[in-house]
Design a binder for this molecule. Structure first.
Ligand SMILES: Nc1nc2c(c(=O)[nH]1)N[C@H]1C(S)=C(S)[C@@H](COP(=O)(O)OP(=O)(O)OC[C@H]3O[C@@H](n4cnc5c(=O)[nH]c(N)nc54)[C@H](O)[C@@H]3O)O[C@H]1N2
Ligand SMILES: Nc1nc2c(c(=O)[nH]1)N[C@H]1C(S)=C(S)[C@@H](COP(=O)(O)OP(=O)(O)OC[C@H]3O[C@@H](n4cnc5c(=O)[nH]c(N)nc54)[C@H](O)[C@@H]3O)O[C@H]1N2
Ligand SMILES: [Mo]
Length: 846
């Protein structure tokens, strides 16, 4: 019955008319490509309808409208499919000539040679085996950090890990660039990582908060994307917040898109990296005026009395009063006091971004924010307290009742017999029919999966250059010692280290250390250009997949139907790794593909597991159809929130009963003082929140340069993605990355809007296009991250990549996070002829 009505339904849908009837009848699973019409898919930037004409992408637009906020990222699919693509497998000339002595100093400068795909596979397998045999698995680095595209099957990073594990093991990385400091400090303070967790639900905020503080966050930009795919609920709620007339306070050296959106908001501009001092000033004022919640401090926090001597200046003769805080932060004493009193008097929700923890001593601001919020006594009350993810992946959009789609997993390390044959893993072996039987189950597709410890040799992700340069060096990390491995082989997929890492000239040197570097990429990114062997891979529009939308809401299951044929010789990462497995041992490929599964076998398996999950929920109106219907319909499945999730308040249970619902900290309470951290004995991260002078900042003595550079996340890109689209024409200044300069500063520099400027410090130099504006604190400049690094012969970045200028040291020995928002730079008008841009052109071919 169901199947018949399904087929009948299909006949009535004109969009599918281009799919042949034969196709539909022969197999109810519609896998054919639409040559003319519209295809539904999903990306980090939301659910999309992609228009196809004669088998080519001609446009795309959002599938749904949840708000009036325009998200340009949804309209550039054409360029993403056709611009700056790598056409063929390529090998760097010197590497091809002699892989044992490949002249690593020529990376990024050498010519490239086109090779047959089969030969590239053989070459990589052979050199990987050679490296492992000579130097052990710890010489192979496949941490491979980055924002690879959405999709639970074609998850390039996990596929790489799966291949690397099965074929013998690898070195991975710990943590991420996003929240390197916070995700390590928060568990000591609150017993949980906080940054990737559900927030007090938006309906509660709209109902109960009186004041909303957006502290170092730019949600109107950062909510354009999500880790799985955005559910687009965040913009809708921020619109409701704006229309509610509640008091909004934005604390940011930049007047961001968010500040423009909240026209009536108050804009408070601390000097970059001084927020901890500003919060200490508030805490001091609250304490000395008795306007703090003594009961909350007594019942829910640990160690306030050990923090007080520091706050009051008993330990160092420096009371952290508003006057002191004002001198450091540049925010007036009066403002610091008034804000503190307002927060105490009104139900206040602090929505904090992550920019201020991507800074030297980045552990401190969120620790101090939690301390301040504890004193205000509103944690666990409706609409009060703090949230560290309202700006990211639609935190606060109520969680839906339904199922979550699983994803491919990274398997376990392979075992080999004396003959070198693959015989299985600790969690999987072959049965007598030669089938591989794995015990591991699919992992859920939500959250940032790279938080897991990839291998025993893993080191903090942002220490990559340090590790390459200093094999054998021992570092401290969150109470442990880590020894850097001696890396000789790097395999990177789905990430762009030559855009995302700090102090790129240091990475350029470090990158010369390994003998072999392999990259899978759709595009000629700077990272692809700096490799030895490059596999061109498909974009998400050239393969079938499936994803959830809404990292916290789990709102939709979205089919990601292939939109067009694979570009040139591009292969799926899944194909590349299957073939690499085969080059090792046929049985390795059997294990890798779980006995020969195609992309559709995986998609169907994940979908049906979810369907099975929902059919067991009692009294549930199930929106999921059988797989074949779901796939042929090419539409998302949408789940709904519940009254409980709509009314959910973070830490309400803890507040209700701190003993029964104790936090996961040693004391079970909010730790303002941590004995665990005390035992580590780190000079750069002591047992309670403190103000430390960053290595570079505006208030320092003998400043090495004049301006503080903030390399915020780009509004019109996802990091470096979309750099190669015509969207760039809309924001580029003189064909370079724009740098925001305060109008008074520009006047002093003799720089006009639209001028080319040279931005430099002792670490390097870049050319950028001046955007002169009122919307930035004097003394501060903004050069967004995610710029394709494009070095000239002399090392000057012609495209304006801020990471040429940032500093490659850790936040502290506790978290080892990156400090990209801590850097001083100089600026001058660019003299002479501007060097021609080569970022988006192909490299030299032989
Ligand atoms: N100065 C400064 N630097 C920063 C930051 C900052 O604030 N300031 N922020 C940091 C943060 S938080 C982050 S998360 C990082 C982001 O750094 P990355 O995540 O490395 O940046 P992306 O540009 O998103 O890189 C993703 C790459 O994967 C490729 N890709 C997409 N899909 C696929 C696929 O299916 N297969 C393969 N093989 N490749 C694919 C894309 O083409 C792109 O080149 O940057 C960090 N760097
Ligand atoms: N459109 C778009 N959205 C994205 C991304 C993207 O590349 N493009 N990237 C995604 C990823 S991976 C991540 S990790 C998140 C990043 O989210 P965030 O880390 O929150 O983003 P940032 O832009 O680095 O910083 C947010 C704000 O903090 C401000 N800020 C910087 N330093 C300070 C400081 O010392 N004090 C104060 N008060 N403010 C400061 C910046 O001016 C900026 O407006 O965004 C995600 N969303
Ligand atoms: Mo990030």
């Amino acid at each position: 019955m169901k199947r018949r009505s399904f087929l009948k339904g299909l006949a009535a849908v004109p969009l599918l008319s281009s799919v042949t009837a034969k196709n539909l009848l022969a197999d109810s699973l519609n896998t054919g490509l639409v040559k003319n019409g519209e295809v539904f898919t999903a990306a980090h930037w939301g659910m999309l309808n992609v228009q196809v004409k004669d088998g080519k992408v001609i446009g795309s637009k959002p599938y749904q409208k949840t708000s009036d906020v325009y998200n340009p990222l949804q309209y550039y699919t054409h360029d993403l499919v056709y611009k700056s693509r790598i056409k063929y497998p390529m090998v760097r000339k010197s590497y091809l000539q002699n892989p044992d002595s490949p002249k690593p100093e020529l990376r990024g400068k050498d010519e490239w040679v086109r090779v047959r795909y089969e030969d590239a596979i053989k070459l990589v397998a052979r050199e990987l085996k050679k490296t492992r045999a000579a130097k052990g698995l710890e010489s192979v680095f496949a941490g491979s950090y980055g924002w690879k595209s959405s999709g639970n099957v074609h998850n390039s990073r996990i596929l790489l890990h799966r291949f690397m594990n099965l074929s013998g093991g690898f070195v991975g990385s710990l943590g991420d660039y996003s929240t390197g400091a916070s995700q390590i400090i928060m568990p000591h303070v609150l017993g949980t990582i906080e940054v990737y967790e559900q927030q007090t639900s938006w309906p509660v905020v709209l109902e109960s908060s009186e004041v909303v503080v957006i502290w170092g966050a730019n949600p109107l930009a950062t909510l354009r994307i999500a880790w799985t795919s955005t559910d687009e609920q965040g913009f809708m709620y921020f619109e409701k917040l704006r229309d509610s007339g509640k008091k909004i306070i934005i604390i940011d050296p930049l007047k961001t898109e968010t500040a423009e959106f909240f026209k009536d908001a108050m804009w408070v501009t601390p000097r970059p990296n001084t927020d901890t001092a500003m919060m200490l000033g508030m805490a001091h004022h609250l304490y000395t005026s008795g306007k703090y919640d003594k009961e909350f401090m007594a019942n829910y926090t640990h160690g306030f009395e050990k923090f007080l001597p520091y706050l009051l200046g008993k330990t160092d003769k420096t009371p952290k009063d508003a006057k002191w805080a004002s001198k450091i932060s540049g925010v007036s004493e009066k403002m610091i006091k008034e804000l503190a009193e307002l927060f105490f008097a009104k139900r206040t929700m602090f929505m904090s971004g992550w920019g201020m923890q991507r800074a030297h001593h980045g552990e401190q601001p969120h620790w101090m924010l939690v301390t301040l919020c504890s004193m205000l006594g509103q944690i666990g009350l409706p609409g009060g307290g703090f949230g560290l993810s309202y700006h990211y992946s639609n935190g606060g959009a109520p969680t839906c009742k339904g199922a979550v789609i699983g994803g491919v997993n990274s398997a376990s390390v392979g075992k080999f017999n004396e003959k070198g044959e693959f015989i299985g893993t600790d969690s999987g072996e072959f049965d007598k029919n030669g089938r591989f039987v794995a015990k591991a189950v699919a992992t859920a597709g939500t959250g940032q999966s790279w938080l897991q410890k990839a291998t025993n040799y893993a080191f903090p992700v942002a220490r990559i250059a340090d590790a390459l340069l200093n094999p054998g060096k021992v570092i401290n990390h969150n109470g442990t010692k880590i020894t850097y491995p001696d890396i000789d082989f790097i395999y990177w997929v789905g990430g762009n280290p030559f855009v995302h890492h700090q102090e790129l000239n240091r990475l350029v040197k470090a990158w010369q250390k390994p003998r072999t570097i392999v990259v899978n990429e759709p595009y000629w990114t700077p990272t692809a250009k700096m490799a030895d062997i490059v596999f061109p891979v498909t974009t998400e529009y050239e393969r079938n997949d499936i994803t959830m939308t809404g990292d916290y809401s789990n709102m939709n299951i979205a089919p990601m139907k292939q939109v067009v044929e694979k570009f040139a010789e591009a292969k799926d990462d899944y194909q590349v790794f299957t073939d690499l497995c085969k080059a090792y041992d046929e049985r390795l490929a059997i294990a890798f593909t779980d006995n020969g599964k195609s992309e559709f076998d995986w998609i169907r398996e994940y979908y049906e597991a979810a369907l099975n999950q929902v059919s067991q929920i009692p009294d549930f109106v199930n929106p999921m159809k059988p797989f074949d219907e779901f796939w042929s319909e090419n539409k998302p499945v949408t789940f709904s929130s519940t009254p409980e999730s709509d009314g959910w308040v973070r830490y309400a249970e803890f507040r209700e009963d701190p003993i029964l619902n104790a936090l996961g900290t040693p004391s079970g309470l909010i730790e303002i003082y941590s004995e665990t951290i005390e035992k580590m004995g780190y000079e750069d991260c002591k047992p309670h929140p403190m103000w430390y002078e960053p290595i570079e900042w505006l208030g320092m003595k003998d400043k090495p340069a004049k301006f503080h550079m903030i390399s915020a996340h780009p509004t019109d890109r996802l990091h470096s993605q979309f750099s190669n689209t015509t969207l760039r024409d809309k924001y580029a200044v003189a064909n370079r990355e724009p740098i925001w300069i305060n109008e008074e500063d520009a006047k002093e520099l003799g720089v006009k809007d639209g001028d080319l400027v040279r931005v430099f410090n002792k670490r390097g130099e870049v050319v950028a296009g001046a955007k002169v504006t009122k919307n930035i604190l004097k003394g501060v400049v903004k050069l967004a991250e995610g710029v394709w690094y494009d070095p000239s012969e002399s090392g000057l970045c012609k495209n304006g990549c801020p990471n040429v200028l940032t500093i490659d040291i850790p936040t502290s020995q506790l978290a080892n996070g990156n400090i990209s928002h801590t850097a001083l730079v100089n600026i001058e008008k660019f003299k002479g002829v501007a060097p021609e841009l080569s970022a988006f052109s192909d490299p030299k071919m032989s």
